[in-house]
Design a protein around this ligand. Structure first.
Ligand code: MN3
Length: 207
């Protein structure tokens, strides 16, 4: 069963002016699609594993770098689209906000640390807010690498490959990060991930 490119959770122009339709048409329609196509070509038609299973099986395995890179990039991009929303940005509330205060010393400290980490990622990669052993952490990964293969739960990510921002911001990764953090982050989605993995959602725990 072949993997499919998921639809964006909003219209291509819905994130303007902070992320252009041109960027999303290229990034989703060309880059993300290419990872899906290359993954399907590598796996063949009779592979019915989940994307997560493909990633975990391929990580670090000799001869499986192409499968890992394309599978992880399919996962990363799908997650990234969900981390953004029109009229996004602002701040989280509730249990997630309390844990950000506890683990980073406040939202502004979190924001500064996330942006600094994303700025410091050399070359292509991703900046993440993750939950690891009950603690929030900011991490970065290179190329296609992702938290699930490091025992971490991803809560939020920002793509810092140049293709994520070059059409809108040229070389200015800092301007892209400001737009992402202040105008695009879907904190409701991030809070859903936090509740799922932190056990603060009693209904999900019981399920
Ligand atoms: Mn990308």
């Amino acid at each position: 069963m072949a993997f499919q490119l998921p639809d964006l959770p909003y219209a291509h122009d819905a994130l303007e002016p902070f992320m252009s339709a041109d960027t999303l048409q290229t990034h989703h329609g060309k880059h993300h699609q290419a990872y899906v196509d290359k993954l399907n070509a590598a796996l063949g038609d009779d592979d019915d594993r989940s994307l997560e299973a493909v990633i975990q099986n391929a990580v670090g395995r000799e001869g499986a770098h192409g499968v890992f890179n394309n599978a992880a990039q399919v996962w990363n991009h799908t997650f990234f689209w969900n981390c953004m929303t029109p009229q996004g940005g602002g701040r989280p509330d509730g249990a997630l906000a309390e844990q950000i205060d506890a683990d980073f010393g406040g939202f502004n400290a979190f924001r500064d640390a996330f942006k600094a980490a994303a700025m410091a990622q050399f070359g292509s990669g991703w900046a993440w807010l993750v939950l690891e052993n009950g603690t929030l952490k900011i991490t970065t990964t290179s190329n296609a690498d992702l938290p699930m293969v490091h025992g971490q739960h991803a809560l939020l990510t920002c793509d810092v490959w140049e293709h994520a921002y070059y059409l809108d911001h040229k070389n200015r990764r800092d301007a892209f990060l400001d737009a992402f953090l202040d105008k695009l982050v879907n904190w409701a989605f991030v809070a859903e991930q936090f509740e799922r993995y932190s056990g603060t959602n009693a209904a999900e725990q019981a399920a």
